[in-house]
Write a protein that binds this ligand. Structure first.
Ligand code: ASP
Length: 430
Protein backbone atom coordinates (compact mmCIF):
# COMPACT_ATOMS: atom_id res chain seq x y z
CA UNK A 1 0.00 0.00 0.00
CA UNK A 2 1.46 3.37 -0.90
CA UNK A 3 0.36 6.32 1.17
CA UNK A 4 1.11 9.78 -0.18
CA UNK A 5 3.48 11.61 2.09
CA UNK A 6 1.97 14.89 3.28
CA UNK A 7 3.54 18.02 1.89
CA UNK A 8 4.93 19.35 5.15
CA UNK A 9 6.85 16.11 5.67
CA UNK A 10 8.31 16.37 2.20
CA UNK A 11 9.36 19.96 2.85
CA UNK A 12 10.89 18.93 6.17
CA UNK A 13 12.83 16.14 4.50
CA UNK A 14 14.00 18.62 1.84
CA UNK A 15 15.13 20.96 4.58
CA UNK A 16 17.08 18.40 6.59
CA UNK A 17 18.73 16.75 3.60
CA UNK A 18 19.60 20.23 2.25
CA UNK A 19 21.29 21.17 5.52
CA UNK A 20 23.22 17.89 5.63
CA UNK A 21 24.21 18.16 2.00
CA UNK A 22 25.39 21.75 2.56
CA UNK A 23 27.38 20.67 5.60
CA UNK A 24 29.12 17.90 3.66
CA UNK A 25 29.90 20.22 0.76
CA UNK A 26 31.24 22.84 3.16
CA UNK A 27 33.54 20.29 4.73
CA UNK A 28 34.70 19.17 1.31
CA UNK A 29 35.31 22.85 0.51
CA UNK A 30 32.96 22.64 -2.45
CA UNK A 31 31.04 25.80 -1.52
CA UNK A 32 31.36 27.25 -5.03
CA UNK A 33 29.68 24.21 -6.53
CA UNK A 34 26.65 24.65 -4.28
CA UNK A 35 26.42 28.37 -4.98
CA UNK A 36 26.69 27.89 -8.76
CA UNK A 37 24.67 24.72 -9.27
CA UNK A 38 22.28 24.24 -6.34
CA UNK A 39 21.41 27.70 -5.05
CA UNK A 40 19.80 28.86 -8.34
CA UNK A 41 16.99 26.32 -7.85
CA UNK A 42 16.21 27.90 -4.49
CA UNK A 43 16.20 31.33 -6.10
CA UNK A 44 13.88 30.07 -8.83
CA UNK A 45 11.54 28.68 -6.17
CA UNK A 46 11.41 32.01 -4.32
CA UNK A 47 10.86 33.83 -7.60
CA UNK A 48 7.94 31.53 -8.41
CA UNK A 49 6.32 32.31 -5.08
CA UNK A 50 6.88 36.04 -5.43
CA UNK A 51 5.63 35.90 -9.01
CA UNK A 52 2.27 34.58 -7.89
CA UNK A 53 1.96 36.72 -4.72
CA UNK A 54 0.75 39.99 -6.30
CA UNK A 55 -1.76 38.39 -8.71
CA UNK A 56 -3.05 36.33 -5.80
CA UNK A 57 -3.51 39.36 -3.55
CA UNK A 58 -5.32 41.33 -6.25
CA UNK A 59 -7.67 38.58 -7.32
CA UNK A 60 -8.49 37.06 -3.96
CA UNK A 61 -8.96 40.45 -2.33
CA UNK A 62 -11.40 41.53 -5.04
CA UNK A 63 -13.34 38.29 -4.66
CA UNK A 64 -13.26 38.51 -0.86
CA UNK A 65 -14.39 42.12 -0.71
CA UNK A 66 -17.12 41.68 -3.29
CA UNK A 67 -18.47 38.76 -1.25
CA UNK A 68 -18.75 40.99 1.82
CA UNK A 69 -21.60 42.83 0.07
CA UNK A 70 -21.63 45.49 2.77
CA UNK A 71 -19.15 48.29 3.56
CA UNK A 72 -19.88 48.26 7.28
CA UNK A 73 -18.66 44.65 7.44
CA UNK A 74 -15.39 45.79 5.90
CA UNK A 75 -14.82 48.50 8.49
CA UNK A 76 -15.68 46.08 11.30
CA UNK A 77 -13.22 43.58 9.91
CA UNK A 78 -10.55 46.22 9.34
CA UNK A 79 -10.92 47.72 12.82
CA UNK A 80 -10.63 44.38 14.60
CA UNK A 81 -7.71 43.26 12.49
CA UNK A 82 -5.67 46.40 13.10
CA UNK A 83 -6.38 46.31 16.84
CA UNK A 84 -5.33 42.67 17.24
CA UNK A 85 -2.28 43.15 15.04
CA UNK A 86 -1.20 46.09 17.17
CA UNK A 87 -1.91 44.25 20.41
CA UNK A 88 0.20 41.22 19.53
CA UNK A 89 3.05 43.43 18.28
CA UNK A 90 3.15 45.50 21.47
CA UNK A 91 3.11 42.27 23.50
CA UNK A 92 6.01 40.96 21.41
CA UNK A 93 8.19 44.05 21.89
CA UNK A 94 7.47 44.12 25.61
CA UNK A 95 8.33 40.42 25.90
CA UNK A 96 11.61 41.08 24.08
CA UNK A 97 12.47 43.92 26.45
CA UNK A 98 11.67 41.90 29.56
CA UNK A 99 13.73 38.92 28.37
CA UNK A 100 16.71 41.03 27.35
CA UNK A 101 16.66 42.83 30.71
CA UNK A 102 16.52 39.57 32.63
CA UNK A 103 19.09 37.59 30.63
CA UNK A 104 21.36 40.55 29.83
CA UNK A 105 22.87 38.88 26.73
CA UNK A 106 25.15 41.87 26.11
CA UNK A 107 27.10 41.09 29.26
CA UNK A 108 28.14 37.69 27.88
CA UNK A 109 30.14 39.07 25.02
CA UNK A 110 33.78 39.66 25.87
CA UNK A 111 35.95 42.51 24.63
CA UNK A 112 37.86 40.38 22.12
CA UNK A 113 34.76 38.93 20.44
CA UNK A 114 33.16 42.36 20.39
CA UNK A 115 36.16 43.86 18.65
CA UNK A 116 36.46 41.07 16.14
CA UNK A 117 32.71 41.15 15.29
CA UNK A 118 32.75 44.94 14.94
CA UNK A 119 35.73 44.73 12.61
CA UNK A 120 34.50 41.81 10.52
CA UNK A 121 30.98 43.08 9.94
CA UNK A 122 31.34 46.86 9.97
CA UNK A 123 31.07 47.00 6.16
CA UNK A 124 27.84 44.99 6.08
CA UNK A 125 26.45 47.04 8.92
CA UNK A 126 27.14 50.37 7.24
CA UNK A 127 25.25 49.18 4.15
CA UNK A 128 22.16 48.57 6.26
CA UNK A 129 22.65 51.88 8.07
CA UNK A 130 22.73 53.67 4.73
CA UNK A 131 19.51 51.97 3.64
CA UNK A 132 17.85 53.01 6.87
CA UNK A 133 19.12 56.59 6.52
CA UNK A 134 17.29 56.83 3.21
CA UNK A 135 14.08 55.64 4.86
CA UNK A 136 14.56 58.17 7.66
CA UNK A 137 15.08 61.21 5.45
CA UNK A 138 11.39 61.59 4.69
CA UNK A 139 8.86 63.46 6.85
CA UNK A 140 6.69 61.93 9.59
CA UNK A 141 3.67 61.42 7.32
CA UNK A 142 5.70 59.76 4.55
CA UNK A 143 4.47 56.25 5.45
CA UNK A 144 0.90 57.49 4.85
CA UNK A 145 1.84 59.02 1.50
CA UNK A 146 3.56 55.78 0.56
CA UNK A 147 0.32 53.82 0.89
CA UNK A 148 -1.38 55.78 -1.90
CA UNK A 149 0.04 54.90 -5.32
CA UNK A 150 0.28 57.55 -8.01
CA UNK A 151 0.28 54.79 -10.58
CA UNK A 152 -1.42 51.51 -9.83
CA UNK A 153 0.34 49.61 -12.59
CA UNK A 154 3.70 50.71 -11.30
CA UNK A 155 2.72 49.49 -7.83
CA UNK A 156 1.64 46.17 -9.35
CA UNK A 157 5.04 45.70 -10.87
CA UNK A 158 6.92 46.24 -7.63
CA UNK A 159 6.80 43.52 -4.98
CA UNK A 160 7.77 46.13 -2.38
CA UNK A 161 4.56 48.10 -2.96
CA UNK A 162 2.15 45.58 -1.57
CA UNK A 163 0.35 48.13 0.63
CA UNK A 164 -0.26 50.35 -2.42
CA UNK A 165 -1.75 47.41 -4.27
CA UNK A 166 -3.96 46.57 -1.30
CA UNK A 167 -5.10 50.21 -1.11
CA UNK A 168 -6.22 50.29 -4.72
CA UNK A 169 -7.84 46.87 -4.62
CA UNK A 170 -9.83 47.82 -1.50
CA UNK A 171 -11.18 50.81 -3.43
CA UNK A 172 -12.01 48.53 -6.32
CA UNK A 173 -13.81 46.15 -3.96
CA UNK A 174 -15.75 49.03 -2.40
CA UNK A 175 -16.71 50.17 -5.91
CA UNK A 176 -17.97 46.68 -6.70
CA UNK A 177 -20.07 46.58 -3.54
CA UNK A 178 -21.60 49.97 -4.27
CA UNK A 179 -22.63 49.47 -7.90
CA UNK A 180 -25.68 47.51 -9.01
CA UNK A 181 -25.26 43.81 -8.38
CA UNK A 182 -26.17 42.95 -11.92
CA UNK A 183 -23.30 45.10 -13.26
CA UNK A 184 -20.81 43.87 -10.67
CA UNK A 185 -21.55 40.19 -11.25
CA UNK A 186 -19.61 39.61 -14.48
CA UNK A 187 -16.55 41.35 -13.02
CA UNK A 188 -16.71 39.31 -9.83
CA UNK A 189 -17.32 36.08 -11.74
CA UNK A 190 -14.28 36.72 -13.87
CA UNK A 191 -12.09 37.22 -10.82
CA UNK A 192 -13.60 34.16 -9.11
CA UNK A 193 -12.55 32.04 -12.08
CA UNK A 194 -9.11 33.59 -12.10
CA UNK A 195 -8.82 32.96 -8.38
CA UNK A 196 -9.30 29.23 -8.95
CA UNK A 197 -6.62 29.28 -11.62
CA UNK A 198 -4.14 31.04 -9.34
CA UNK A 199 -4.81 28.59 -6.52
CA UNK A 200 -4.07 25.77 -8.96
CA UNK A 201 -0.81 27.45 -9.99
CA UNK A 202 0.18 27.61 -6.32
CA UNK A 203 -0.48 23.87 -6.04
CA UNK A 204 1.83 23.33 -9.00
CA UNK A 205 4.56 25.55 -7.53
CA UNK A 206 4.30 23.70 -4.24
CA UNK A 207 5.10 20.42 -5.95
CA UNK A 208 8.55 21.91 -6.41
CA UNK A 209 8.80 23.10 -2.79
CA UNK A 210 10.80 20.19 -1.28
CA UNK A 211 13.50 20.68 -3.93
CA UNK A 212 13.41 24.48 -3.59
CA UNK A 213 13.80 24.18 0.15
CA UNK A 214 16.63 21.66 -0.26
CA UNK A 215 18.56 24.16 -2.42
CA UNK A 216 17.90 27.07 -0.06
CA UNK A 217 19.11 25.12 2.96
CA UNK A 218 22.20 23.78 1.20
CA UNK A 219 23.12 27.32 0.10
CA UNK A 220 22.49 28.66 3.59
CA UNK A 221 24.80 26.08 5.09
CA UNK A 222 27.75 26.94 2.85
CA UNK A 223 27.25 30.70 3.18
CA UNK A 224 26.77 30.96 6.94
CA UNK A 225 29.76 32.19 9.00
CA UNK A 226 31.68 29.51 10.86
CA UNK A 227 30.62 28.18 14.21
CA UNK A 228 33.09 30.05 16.40
CA UNK A 229 31.70 33.39 15.22
CA UNK A 230 28.17 32.21 15.93
CA UNK A 231 29.08 30.83 19.35
CA UNK A 232 30.11 34.27 20.63
CA UNK A 233 26.55 35.38 20.01
CA UNK A 234 25.03 32.25 21.55
CA UNK A 235 23.28 33.82 24.55
CA UNK A 236 21.86 36.64 22.44
CA UNK A 237 20.61 34.15 19.83
CA UNK A 238 19.09 31.93 22.51
CA UNK A 239 17.31 34.90 24.10
CA UNK A 240 15.70 35.79 20.77
CA UNK A 241 14.83 32.15 20.17
CA UNK A 242 13.33 31.75 23.62
CA UNK A 243 11.11 34.79 23.03
CA UNK A 244 10.01 33.44 19.67
CA UNK A 245 9.21 30.06 21.21
CA UNK A 246 7.05 31.74 23.85
CA UNK A 247 5.12 33.48 21.11
CA UNK A 248 4.61 30.31 19.11
CA UNK A 249 3.90 27.85 21.91
CA UNK A 250 2.24 30.06 24.51
CA UNK A 251 0.80 33.27 23.08
CA UNK A 252 -0.79 32.06 19.84
CA UNK A 253 -2.15 28.76 21.18
CA UNK A 254 -3.74 30.67 24.08
CA UNK A 255 -5.27 33.26 21.76
CA UNK A 256 -6.53 30.51 19.46
CA UNK A 257 -8.13 28.52 22.28
CA UNK A 258 -9.65 31.48 24.09
CA UNK A 259 -10.86 33.63 21.20
CA UNK A 260 -11.40 31.16 18.38
CA UNK A 261 -12.02 27.87 20.24
CA UNK A 262 -9.56 26.24 17.89
CA UNK A 263 -7.34 23.28 18.76
CA UNK A 264 -3.77 24.67 18.42
CA UNK A 265 -2.26 21.31 17.44
CA UNK A 266 -4.63 20.91 14.52
CA UNK A 267 -4.02 24.54 13.66
CA UNK A 268 -0.25 24.07 13.58
CA UNK A 269 -0.64 20.97 11.46
CA UNK A 270 -2.79 22.92 9.03
CA UNK A 271 -0.33 25.77 8.63
CA UNK A 272 2.87 23.68 8.82
CA UNK A 273 3.72 24.06 5.10
CA UNK A 274 3.56 27.87 5.46
CA UNK A 275 5.71 27.79 8.60
CA UNK A 276 8.32 25.58 6.95
CA UNK A 277 8.43 27.83 3.90
CA UNK A 278 8.72 30.92 6.07
CA UNK A 279 11.70 29.27 7.74
CA UNK A 280 13.33 28.34 4.45
CA UNK A 281 12.70 31.58 2.54
CA UNK A 282 12.96 34.15 5.39
CA UNK A 283 10.24 36.10 3.67
CA UNK A 284 6.61 36.49 4.73
CA UNK A 285 5.84 37.96 1.32
CA UNK A 286 7.21 34.95 -0.56
CA UNK A 287 5.33 32.66 1.83
CA UNK A 288 2.03 34.54 1.45
CA UNK A 289 0.53 32.39 -1.33
CA UNK A 290 1.02 29.28 0.78
CA UNK A 291 -0.20 30.97 3.97
CA UNK A 292 -3.38 31.97 2.11
CA UNK A 293 -3.92 28.44 0.88
CA UNK A 294 -3.27 26.82 4.28
CA UNK A 295 -5.44 29.27 6.21
CA UNK A 296 -8.31 29.18 3.74
CA UNK A 297 -8.40 25.54 2.77
CA UNK A 298 -7.01 23.79 5.83
CA UNK A 299 -7.81 25.99 8.83
CA UNK A 300 -11.16 26.92 7.29
CA UNK A 301 -11.06 30.73 7.37
CA UNK A 302 -13.47 32.12 4.79
CA UNK A 303 -11.73 33.72 1.84
CA UNK A 304 -13.61 36.98 2.47
CA UNK A 305 -11.58 37.32 5.64
CA UNK A 306 -8.25 35.71 4.75
CA UNK A 307 -7.89 37.58 1.46
CA UNK A 308 -7.97 40.85 3.35
CA UNK A 309 -6.18 40.02 6.58
CA UNK A 310 -3.27 37.93 5.35
CA UNK A 311 -1.78 40.27 2.71
CA UNK A 312 -2.14 43.13 5.16
CA UNK A 313 -0.55 41.04 7.89
CA UNK A 314 2.36 39.96 5.70
CA UNK A 315 3.28 43.61 5.28
CA UNK A 316 2.42 45.20 8.61
CA UNK A 317 2.18 42.49 11.26
CA UNK A 318 5.58 41.21 12.29
CA UNK A 319 5.58 40.04 15.87
CA UNK A 320 8.75 38.00 15.49
CA UNK A 321 10.56 40.94 13.96
CA UNK A 322 9.49 43.38 16.65
CA UNK A 323 10.44 40.95 19.44
CA UNK A 324 13.84 40.48 17.84
CA UNK A 325 14.30 44.24 17.45
CA UNK A 326 13.68 44.77 21.15
CA UNK A 327 16.17 42.08 22.21
CA UNK A 328 18.75 43.22 19.64
CA UNK A 329 18.50 46.87 20.70
CA UNK A 330 19.02 46.04 24.36
CA UNK A 331 21.80 43.57 23.50
CA UNK A 332 23.71 46.19 21.51
CA UNK A 333 23.16 48.79 24.23
CA UNK A 334 24.47 46.37 26.88
CA UNK A 335 27.52 45.52 24.79
CA UNK A 336 28.36 49.05 23.68
CA UNK A 337 27.17 51.47 26.35
CA UNK A 338 28.66 51.82 29.85
CA UNK A 339 25.28 52.39 31.55
CA UNK A 340 21.95 50.57 31.24
CA UNK A 341 19.10 52.15 29.26
CA UNK A 342 16.60 53.96 31.47
CA UNK A 343 12.93 53.05 31.60
CA UNK A 344 11.86 55.99 29.46
CA UNK A 345 14.21 54.96 26.65
CA UNK A 346 12.97 51.39 26.89
CA UNK A 347 9.36 52.57 26.62
CA UNK A 348 10.40 54.56 23.57
CA UNK A 349 11.71 51.30 22.11
CA UNK A 350 8.20 49.81 22.47
CA UNK A 351 6.88 52.58 20.23
CA UNK A 352 9.71 52.65 17.71
CA UNK A 353 10.05 48.87 17.40
CA UNK A 354 6.28 48.56 16.88
CA UNK A 355 6.41 51.17 14.12
CA UNK A 356 9.63 49.75 12.70
CA UNK A 357 8.15 46.26 12.43
CA UNK A 358 5.12 47.71 10.65
CA UNK A 359 7.47 49.54 8.28
CA UNK A 360 9.71 46.52 7.65
CA UNK A 361 9.29 44.94 4.24
CA UNK A 362 8.38 41.26 4.30
CA UNK A 363 11.71 40.17 2.84
CA UNK A 364 14.92 38.67 4.27
CA UNK A 365 16.74 40.83 6.81
CA UNK A 366 14.38 43.80 6.44
CA UNK A 367 13.93 43.80 10.20
CA UNK A 368 17.61 44.51 10.61
CA UNK A 369 17.45 47.62 8.40
CA UNK A 370 14.60 49.02 10.46
CA UNK A 371 16.47 48.16 13.64
CA UNK A 372 18.86 50.97 12.72
CA UNK A 373 16.03 53.44 13.27
CA UNK A 374 15.17 51.91 16.65
CA UNK A 375 18.83 52.18 17.69
CA UNK A 376 19.10 55.78 16.48
CA UNK A 377 15.99 56.86 18.41
CA UNK A 378 17.23 55.24 21.60
CA UNK A 379 20.70 56.74 21.35
CA UNK A 380 22.38 53.34 20.89
CA UNK A 381 25.41 53.35 18.53
CA UNK A 382 24.20 52.15 15.13
CA UNK A 383 27.60 50.69 14.35
CA UNK A 384 26.68 48.04 16.95
CA UNK A 385 24.64 46.41 14.21
CA UNK A 386 27.89 44.74 13.18
CA UNK A 387 27.71 42.74 16.42
CA UNK A 388 24.58 40.85 15.46
CA UNK A 389 25.24 40.45 11.76
CA UNK A 390 26.76 36.99 11.85
CA UNK A 391 23.74 35.37 13.43
CA UNK A 392 21.05 37.40 11.70
CA UNK A 393 20.12 34.94 8.98
CA UNK A 394 19.19 32.01 11.23
CA UNK A 395 17.28 34.37 13.52
CA UNK A 396 15.56 35.91 10.50
CA UNK A 397 14.37 32.45 9.48
CA UNK A 398 12.91 31.86 12.93
CA UNK A 399 11.28 35.27 13.31
CA UNK A 400 9.66 34.93 9.89
CA UNK A 401 7.96 31.73 11.12
CA UNK A 402 6.52 33.76 14.00
CA UNK A 403 5.43 36.56 11.66
CA UNK A 404 3.54 34.11 9.48
CA UNK A 405 2.05 32.21 12.44
CA UNK A 406 0.82 35.48 13.88
CA UNK A 407 -0.91 36.46 10.63
CA UNK A 408 -2.61 33.08 10.44
CA UNK A 409 -3.67 33.25 14.11
CA UNK A 410 -5.17 36.72 13.79
CA UNK A 411 -6.99 35.74 10.59
CA UNK A 412 -8.51 32.78 12.44
CA UNK A 413 -9.56 34.85 15.45
CA UNK A 414 -11.11 37.61 13.35
CA UNK A 415 -12.87 35.04 11.16
CA UNK A 416 -14.35 33.41 14.24
CA UNK A 417 -15.52 36.77 15.59
CA UNK A 418 -17.48 37.52 12.42
CA UNK A 419 -18.81 33.98 11.98
CA UNK A 420 -16.58 33.17 9.02
CA UNK A 421 -14.65 30.21 10.40
CA UNK A 422 -15.56 26.75 9.28
CA UNK A 423 -12.95 24.84 11.28
CA UNK A 424 -10.70 22.38 9.51
CA UNK A 425 -12.85 21.51 6.51
CA UNK A 426 -12.11 18.20 4.86
CA UNK A 427 -8.36 18.55 4.41
CA UNK A 428 -7.46 18.86 0.78
CA UNK A 429 -3.89 17.73 0.18
CA UNK A 430 -1.76 20.51 -1.22
N1 ASP B 1 12.19 38.34 7.06
C1 ASP B 1 11.09 38.90 7.84
C2 ASP B 1 9.79 38.65 7.12
O1 ASP B 1 9.75 38.55 5.93
C3 ASP B 1 11.28 40.35 8.11
C4 ASP B 1 12.48 40.53 9.02
O2 ASP B 1 12.34 40.39 10.23
O3 ASP B 1 13.57 40.78 8.51
O4 ASP B 1 8.76 38.53 7.75
Amino acid sequence: MTRKLELHWKILIGMITGLLFGLIMKNLELNGLVVDWIKPFGTIFINLLKMIAVPLIVVSLIVGLADLKDISKLSKLGGRTVLIYLGTTIFAVSLGLVLANIVKPGRFINGASRQSLLESFSGDASQKIELAERAKMSGPLQPMIDIVPDNFFQALSDNGSMLQVIFFVILLGIGLILIEEEKAKPVVDFFKGLNEVIMKIIDIIMLFSPYGVFSLMAALMVEIPDFTTLAALGIYGLTVLFGLLIMIFVLYPTLLMVFAKVNPIRFFKAIAPAQLLAFSTSSSAATLPVTMECVTEHVGVDEEVSSFILPLGATVNMDGTSMYQAVAAIFIAQAMLPQALDLQTQLMIVVTATLASIGSAAVPSAGMVMLVIVLGQAGIPEAGLALIFAIDRPLDMCRTVVNVTSDATVATIVAKSVGKLNQFPQDKKL
